[in-house]
Structure formats: C-alpha cells, structure tokens
Ligand binder design. Structure first.
Ligand SMILES: Cc1cc2nc3c(=O)[nH]c(=O)nc-3n(C[C@H](O)[C@H](O)[C@H](O)COP(=O)(O)OP(=O)(O)OC[C@H]3O[C@@H](n4cnc5c(N)ncnc54)[C@H](O)[C@@H]3O)c2cc1C
Ligand code: SF4
Length: 334
C-alpha cells in the first residue's frame, strides 16, 4: 500500500478543503476503498475521513416533504431497517438487504455504496491490463473471464458492471443525488449519476473530483409500496454480487390493470439499467405474464453476450418476468 496523508475534518467545509488536494479521496465505511488500496488498484495521496461529518447531519434519514432524505453517511443497515424506509420504500430495503453481509452493511454507507467500483477480476489484478484501471492498456475481459460482466451498454473499451444492489432500487424509485463542492451545491438525477463506459471507462460517475455526496432524496413512492419484488440471482446466497438483479414495482387498478410500473436491472451494465419505454408498454394492460414478457424483450433489446456471460440474456428475461409476477401477486396476499 502506498503512503498517504490522513485527515479527519470536523465539518463539510473543512472536508471540501482537504478534498481539493490532488489525489485526495473521501473514505466512509472503507469496505471497498481499503480493499482497492491494499491491492494497489487505487492509490490516493490522501484519505479524508468523512465519518466525523455524521455529527453534522450527514447520517440523517428523515422525511423530505412527501419523500425521503437519506444521509450519505447513514449506514446501509440503518437505512434498510429505518421505519420510514420499511414502510414507504420496502423495495429499497429489500435491495439493500440482498447485498453483502450483515457485518458489511453495518459499516457500508449510502454514499460509499453509490461509488463502489466494479468487481471485474482484471480491474482488481494489477498484473493484467485494464482500461478502467489504466486507460489505454486494453480490456482482457472481452475475450476472457466475463461471466459476471455486462450485456447492455458496453463499449469496445470496457464491459464492466456496476455491482450495487441498493442503486438498482434507487434507480427504479427515481432518486436524486445531492452533491456539495467548494463552489456550491448541485443535484444529479440518479439516471445521470452512473455512466456508461464509452471511451472513458476509467470514469464511473458524473461526480467531479473534490465533490462530496451529502445525501440522496426519493420522491413519494407509496403507490409502489405494496406490489414490489427485488430478485437477485447469484452464485451463492451471501457474499455474492448479482449475476442479474431486478427491482420491480407495480401500481395496479382494482381490475388488475397496470396504472404504473417500475423495472430496473442490476448486474447487466455499467450502471443500473432502466428502460422507461418498457414500463409504459405495461400501462393500461392486465398484469399478465404475456405483457411482462413483452416488457422484458424491450428492456433487453440490443443485449449482447461475450461468451461466458451469454446466459445472462435469457436469465435476465426470466428474472424480469418472475419479479413482475411476484410483485403482482404480492399485493393480493395483503
Ligand atoms: C465481500 C463483499 C461483498 C459485497 N457484496 C455486495 C453486494 O452483494 N451488493 C452490494 O451492493 N454491495 C456489496 N458489497 C459492496 C459494499 O456494499 C460497498 O463496499 C459499500 O457499500 C461501500 O460503502 P463504504 O461506505 O464502505 O465506502 P468506502 O469504501 O468508504 O468508499 C467507496 C468509494 O466511495 C467514495 N465515497 C464514499 N462516501 C462518499 C461521499 N459521501 N461522497 C463522495 N465519495 C464518497 C470513496 O472515496 C470511495 O471511492 C460487498 C463488499 C464486500 C467487501
Ligand atoms: S471490463 Fe472494464 S474493468 Fe474489466 S478488464 Fe475490461 S476495462 Fe477493465
């Protein structure tokens, strides 16, 4: 591990000043960043421990008008078990609880979850080329170990996936990311927060160097709090990232027709994948397997495997239909 400077600022302004130093990075729960540093994948010149900012309200979870505010420093476990999240955003609670392990969720923060990096094996192995870790060196995953990797939104330069579960639900629920920089605050719609790799796969998000995520907001989503399902298909039941995950929620009329639908996928792209047009296809139609299959076809239009991960295309199709069927049935059980 490289030597690095370490600071523990007491307030947000001091943290932003510390983050202005070239190569400085915030550290929150440390569950991803420390692993990357130990493997020399990331070599920050300075760590800015932002945990003291919890005392400044960055760990607060509270109502935000009709919606919800999730502090960047709230732990994943505290978020998933918070009464407001359980009652009004159970899809988010389910997605968080499908991730990692209880110990990790106790440490991991909401801000860190958004900014965790891909689990592509080449990215973690500094003995191999990787365009994301070292731009211009190549992408061995395209013809190599790609079982976990993307089938949608890939580029010639990178086929990595974003590994988060929480982010899949945040995308389905139309979250907004709130960011503070030395020159002021700004908001980023969740759809625009994570990037597709394009020709700059080393850039994961639209967050700029020196910016700090302060909180995430969610609009009122009570219409999706009854009929929802988070399906995560993985190789093991814990400590495993999604091969494919689906966050699905339905708002059904009394006659069973779809008033609104939300469908987002994880494990298939460089960012949580959502195709609003597929959701629109369902509106006004009975919540049926045939309709859900059509939505799945639309979501997966253009999907392409790279050998080992070809199976993800039918797997994703089945997972979407399964999640929507389960969501539709769930409301009937209440
Ligand atoms: C064995 C294992 C299994 C896992 N399984 C899953 C899983 O199944 N599903 C899943 O979703 N996740 C999984 N994870 C990942 C885990 O959820 C993330 O490591 C965690 O959410 C990161 O949060 P953190 O607070 O520890 O971030 P850190 O490691 O502290 O930071 C991660 C990144 O975020 C940046 N950062 C942190 N906070 C901020 C902020 N407020 N503003 C700007 N930048 C910030 C840091 O600079 C760093 O680049 C797993 C992790 C491990 C180790
Ligand atoms: S898929 Fe992306 S992260 Fe993996 S080796 Fe290729 S460039 Fe690196």
């Amino acid at each position: 591990m490289n030597p690095f400077d370490f600071q523990q600022p007491a307030d947000v302004d001091a943290a932003l000043a510390a983050l202005a130093a070239p190569g400085a990075r915030p550290i929150a729960g440390g569950t991803n960043l420390l692993d990357l540093m130990k493997e020399n994948v990331m070599t920050p010149s300075g760590l800015v421990d932002i945990n003291p900012l919890a005392a400044r309200g960055l760990d607060v979870i509270e109502e935000d008008g009709a919606g919800l505010r999730l502090g960047a420093l709230a732990r994943n476990a505290d978020t998933a078990y918070h009464p407001l999240v359980r009652e009004r955003y159970p899809l988010l609670a389910a997605a968080i609880l499908a991730g990692a392990s209880p110990q990790l969720r106790n440490m991991a923060t909401n801000g860190g979850n958004l900014l965790q990096r891909t689990r592509c094996v080449y990215f973690y192995d500094v003995g191999t080329p990787c365009n994301k870790r070292e731009p211009g060196t190549g992408c061995p995953a395209k013809a190599g170990i790609n079982r976990q990797l993307a089938i949608l939104g890939t580029s010639a330069h990178c086929i990595a996936t974003h590994p988060s579960d929480m982010c899949v639900a945040l995308r389905a629920l139309d979250a907004t990311v709130h960011v503070r920089a030395a020159n002021g605050d700004r908001t980023i719609p969740f759809a625009d927060f994570h990037r597709l790799p394009g020709d700059t796969p080393d850039v994961d998000t639209t967050l700029q160097p020196g910016e700090l995520v302060t909180h995430i907001t969610l609009p009122d989503a009570r219409r999706f709090a009854q009929r929802f399902e988070y399906v995560k298909v993985r190789d093991r039941l814990s400590y495993a990232f999604a091969l494919v995950s689906v966050a699905a929620a339905l708002d059904l009329a009394a006659d069973g027709t779809v008033r609104a639908a939300r469908i987002a996928l994880g494990g298939v792209a460089h960012k949580p994948w959502r195709v609003e047009e597929a959701e629109e296809l369902l509106v006004g139609r009975p919540a049926s397997e045939a309709a859900f299959e059509q939505a799945a076809e639309r979501i997966l239009r253009g999907a392409r495997g790279h050998g080992q991960n070809d199976f993800k295309i039918p797997l994703a199709r089945n997972a979407i239909v399964h999640a929507l069927m389960a969501a539709a049935r769930k409301g009937d059980q209440r």
